[in-house]
Design a protein. Structure first.
Length: 78
């Protein structure tokens, strides 16, 4: 199995919706963690560390470019 790395951290589910469709359209494998927990109880985001986007290591730069194109560069983890 390929290694997945954290590329971005989001505060709420709304911020991930368009990104999800772009990644699926481009057939880029991804994992979005803690999205359901944070959407059900936003106050839990503090305890769970918000919503994390993970992608395969070889797709990191491509996904960062997509985030910049979507004006979501503030969520990128350096």
């Amino acid at each position: 199995m390929n290694d997945f790395v954290v590329v971005a951290i989001f505060n709420n589910q709304k911020e991930t919706m368009k990104l999800r469709s772009v990644l699926e359209r481009k057939k880029i494998p991804y994992i979005i963690q803690d999205e359901t927990v944070v959407s059900v109880d936003p106050l839990q985001s503090i305890g769970f560390g918000n919503i994390t986007l993970k992608v395969e290591k070889q797709n990191t730069e491509l996904v960062k470019k997509i985030l910049v194109d979507l004006k979501k560069e503030k969520f990128i983890i350096q």
